[in-house]
Design a protein around this ligand. Structure first.
Ligand code: IVH
Length: 702
């Protein structure tokens, strides 16, 4: 985050002595210097005041470093308004200024991003504290470095009286009204509150909240947020607190400023506990760490869970745990010596758009996709990013050849977040939405109330067919292992699969002739396909790919209707009456079964031999445990059941029926005129059931 980096650059003490010999800058260097000052000033204004960054962190860093190098070598160039002369992030005019009781510090960034970063920090601390190798390890508090916005909250006699942004560290902006709308920030502290205290922490937007916000914005063609950090910053700077209230913001507490009437905790760990007991949320990943090895482990562990967090972090922070030692170590130019930020690879990077293409999904949805010059984002190489829909392309105004910022965070697919304007770059023509599907040539239409455009080709469109096929074989659907997108593509392209049901007619010989398929994998796939014929009903329903019918709805429908036949002939009204099925879903199901092509595919699936298994009722599954694996022998005439009927009930409950009595027989079911089998059962001491007892065991009501 830039707040940290700016200030960390400040700490580079200028080696004044070196400039006793005067070396003057060339005209080019002087020009470059002016250029850098302007670029950085513009970037700062865009970043801090407008919450609309125009440079990536990496670009900003490199300009900043270049600026410092020039200033160090040629002090005569240094302008009084140089970005190095101030801490970026001045308070904007709109909110009243607030002077912090104790300045809000920055954290020095450990330059070495490898595990050495943690070791370097520990070495420095030990040196500062004059510790030798025989002294015990230093105890640290290892925390996450949240990528949000620092806030200082002033409580007097336990009541929230003022909330301020960091601003330049001395003066921040008064955002009290907005902060009061954040439910995770207590208006009153729990327990015995200090007379006055400044509590500090990070306001942020959860990744899930950010995604939901943007999905809604996209669906209604409204302005999307660039990233969660900007979402949080922008939301906090709303002049109308109602707008802030409508934005889902969260808060983690991690530090304090000025206070009075309070016995302060002696360690950072206890401080966090105190903040938690006041009623703040604190991050659960933080922990104490003894010595460098523990810091290195923490750094690696958090990196491995980074994607699964519901909030952005840009690294971890190590703090000397003992607050008395913190005092002893002190700080230099607003950066404490006792803390350091150890960064992770950035989750946003700049790259160039090589082209924009459209992808056709299984429901025909047309998604514009940016093909990118490959770039490492958050530790992964990214070469494609979604542009969501055409409104988004227009809103972002992205064009082939543009330099853009790509974000890849969590398990969400990479996205283009904005275009970086480049001086002197001649832009290409805007991307035009095709009117025909690039795969099948059918019309592309966009419903008036939808943000998504769709190909009208249905399963005649190979892209939709491929999507449908891949959906059909998915683990949650028919669970057919060994059919990936390349093979699906080839089967469709070579005409072996024209509709999904054709999957059941493809033979091992055909499969083994496909590229990268051996005999063994072909045979395995055939077995998988065969096995799938007996998939559970809800899997078959889900596999059909009916719009709006996810796994949960498929289960509901299976339970409610009990068969595909009942489902396909259900009226719209009957569908609407199913619990958890709303009108949109009901209409979509009804529409699906009104399409002749879908009915043909269904018929073909049944003709190919699929036979969905129906989930057992509760009593049936209980009988399963009583009868399953047991061997039954039937003898004599039962009062109401034929032999076949009784056998079917036993088998449905997981039991086996055998013709002769042996020691392995579990039960003999005897009716009238039972003969030798009954005698044998008595000899062997096998339990004998009559029909009523059998039905009770199988829990079948008659
Ligand atoms: S402590 C020691 N702890 O990093 C200096 N800061 O401070 C006081 N940040 O803009 C800050 N996570 O918003 C501290 N666990 C954490 C943090 C953290 C994120 C941010 C903070 C500030 C920047 C530099």
């Amino acid at each position: 985050m830039r707040l940290t980096r700016c200030a960390s650059a400040l700490s580079l003490a200028f080696p004044v002595e070196r400039h006793r010999f005067v070396i003057t800058a060339s005209i080019e260097q002087a020009k470059r210097y002016q250029d850098l000052v302007r670029k950085i000033n513009e970037a700062d204004a865009a970043y801090y005041e407008l919450d609309r960054p125009i440079l990536t962190d990496a670009e900003y860093d490199s300009f900043y470093r270049e600026l410092i190098e020039l200033e160090t070598s040629y002090p005569e160039l240094v302008r009084t308004d140089s970005p190095t002369k101030r801490v970026a992030g001045r308070a904007t005019e709109t909110f009243s200024p607030v002077r912090h009781g104790v300045p809000m510090l920055s954290i020095r960034t450990e330059t070495d991003s490898s595990s050495d970063g943690a070791r370097n920090f520990d070495k420095r601390i030990r040196k500062e504290l004059k510790l030798t190798d025989i002294d015990p390890p230093v105890r640290y508090r290892a925390e996450l470095k949240f990528d949000g916005l620092a806030l200082s909250l002033r409580y007097e006699r336990g009541l929230l009286v003022q909330a301020a942004t960091r601003g330049d560290g001395e003066l921040g902006e008064d955002v009290t009204a907005n902060v009061k709308t954040i439910s995770e920030i207590p208006h009153r502290l729990n327990g015995k509150a200090p007379a006055a205290i400044e509590i500090r922490g990070e306001v942020y937007m959860k990744r899930s909240a950010f995604e939901t916000f943007n999905e809604r914005a996209r669906a209604s063609s409204a302005q999307t947020l660039v990233n969660p950090r900007n979402g949080a910053a922008g939301s906090l700077r709303q002049l109308d607190a109602k707008v802030t209230a409508s934005r889902p913001l969260s808060f983690f507490a991690y530090a304090i400023g000025a206070y009075s009437g309070w016995t302060e905790p002696t360690t950072q760990t206890e401080l966090i506990d105190a903040l938690e007991s006041f009623g703040f949320l604190v991050d659960a990943h933080a922990r104490t760490a003894e010595g460098a090895d523990a810091l290195v482990r923490f750094h690696a562990e958090i990196l491995s869970v980074r994607d699964s967090l519901d909030f952005d972090i840009d690294g971890v922070v190590y703090k000397v745990d003992d607050r008395a030692l913190q005092q002893e170590l002190g700080w230099v130019t607003r950066e404490p010596r006792w803390a350091v930020a150890h960064k992770y690879p950035p989750e946003e990077m700049a790259t160039t758009i090589e082209g924009i293409e459209v992808q056709v999904g299984r429901t025909g949805a047309i998604t514009p996709v940016a093909r990118l010059a490959p770039v490492m984002v958050g530790g992964v190489t990214v070469s494609n990013a979604t542009l969501h829909n055409f409104d988004e392309v227009t809103r972002l105004d992205v064009r082939p050849g543009d330099r853009v910022i790509v974000r890849r965070a969590g398990d969400v697919i990479p996205q283009v977040v904005r275009v970086v304007s480049e001086e002197g770059h001649e832009r290409r023509m805007p991307f035009v939405m095709p009117s025909a599907c690039p795969i099948c040539g059918s019309h592309i239409v966009r419903e008036a109330d939808e943000a998504v455009a769709r190909c009208t080709g249905g399963l005649a469109c190979k892209a939709q067919l491929q999507g449908a096929l891949l959906h059909f074989v998915q683990r949650k659907a028919m669970n057919i292992e060994g059919l990936g997108d390349k093979l699906a593509d080839a089967l469709i392209a070579q005409g072996h699969v024209r509709r999904i049901s054709d999957l059941y007619t493809v033979d091992a010989a055909t499969l083994s002739n496909m590229e990268r398929m051996g005999e063994k994998s072909a045979n395995n796939l055939v077995l998988e396909i065969e096995k799938s014929k007996a998939s559970e009903l809800h899997r078959v329903i889900y596999a059909l790919g009916i719009r709006h019918v996810g796994e949960a709805t498929a289960k509901t429908l299976a339970r409610h209707f009990g068969s595909i036949d009942a489902l396909r002939s259900a009226s719209l009204e009957a569908l609407t009456q199913v619990a958890d099925v709303g009108p949109i879903v009901a209409a979509s199901i009804h529409e699906f079964f009104a399409q002749p092509v879908n009915l043909e595919t269904l018929d073909a699936l049944f003709a190919a031999g699929i036979s969905p298994t129906v989930p057992l009722t509760q009593s049936q599954s209980a009988a399963l445990t009583a009868a399953s694996g047991k061997t039954f022998v039937l003898t004599g005439t039962l009062p109401t059941l034929s032999r076949d009927e009784a056998g079917a009930l036993i088998e449905a409950a997981g039991g086996k029926v055998s013709g002769s009595v042996s020691k392995k027989t579990s039960y003999v079911v005897a009716g009238t005129e039972a003969g030798s089998k009954l005698e044998k059962a008595r000899e062997l001491g096998i339990e004998v059931l009559d029909e009523a007892a059998l039905l009770a065991l199988l829990k079948v009501a008659r």
